[in-house]
Design a protein around this ligand. Sequence first.
Ligand code: C5P
Length: 398
Amino acid sequence: MLAGKHILLGITGSIAAYKAAALTRLLVKAGCEVQVVMTTLAKQFITPLTMATLSKRPILVEFFDPENGAWNSHIKLGEWADCMLVAPATANTLAKMAHGVADNLLLTSYLSARCPVAVAPAMDLDMFAHPSTQENLRLLASRGVKIVDPGSGFLASGLEGKGRMAEPEQIVAFLEELFDEKKKSLAGKHLLVTAGPTCEAIDPVRYITNHSTGKMGYAIAGELAARGARVTLVSGPTQLACPKGVDRVDVRSAEQMYEASTKAFPQADGAVMCAAVADYTPAVVADRKIKKSDDDMAIPLKRTRDIAAELGRQKEGRLLVGFALETDHELEHAQGKLERKNLDFIVLNSLQNAGAGFGVDTNVVTLIDRQGREELPLLSKHEVASRIVDKIESLILK
Ligand code: C5P
């Protein structure tokens, strides 16, 4: 959701400025570009070097560089930003924002910003509760400024009450909501997504699995839900948190995934088969732990059922998207699967590309349908998810 967004982060002179470091890290991790603008006093609380290192850009404080006269254009900053966030926002800066005072670069940037603006107040409880601060916040809110409500707890003054700046994770979630107000293009649609590995029991303590982490499938489920779709995520065991607004059905084996998927598919408008399903499972599962002996051993395996192929047989106008992970003859194999499984399109991952495959946060994929193919560059898994969902959207809304 936040990937690629330009965030103009204003930091003012509050002890909570130390939290701006963690906030910047989270934003950068989420794929944002962060430009920090600080007030002179903020530099006393957190160093420009820390903020420049974390944001990967020189920070800005003054209107111009006194050494060479280079101008820091607040107009350009305002145009560049997709969102201006002032965190922490002191009572002083809030008052100046509310009344149009323009005596530093942060404030002139605010006055010229055309993008959404959010503030995360941070101050002592009495300053926060003071009618003038409350009035200023009301005034800012009435002009569309979003307020990230401060929390209650111990304050730097030793007092306890409301005024602690919201935690960095909460601020990031707030920004996600802010950007999430985009068009719910898939409202009314229901998609099934399978994700993660399967685990095939050998005995009560051992199983056969693979390296899938579920990241790609979870990113797709999250993106579909963000665009308003109802999403049923049938997931093998993963370490991932369920994306917001997604119904997750937890399974372990290929057989359980088959049952859950064939049950959900008739109610859905389409399915994205992202799971790395085991092709073979032990023919018998020992009910007790298998004891070792001095001999070698072999485990007889039987074929599992192909979920994608089964849904392909039942699809009756529903959309079906598959994945292919290939190490050789990639296009040929992927095209074969497109036909055999009766898919609308297939997402080809090649393990031969650096930055693609299991566990990593990036992927290099080619989208293949009966009309042709589209090779995407190296992108984050979230951006890949967004491109795949763009294609789903174009087919399902046809
Ligand atoms: O044939 P292959 O396993 O390479 O095909 C991969 C595609 O088929 C993926 O979309 C995967 O989720 C799906 N699949 C499945 N059930 C299986 C095996 C693969 O849904 N048993």
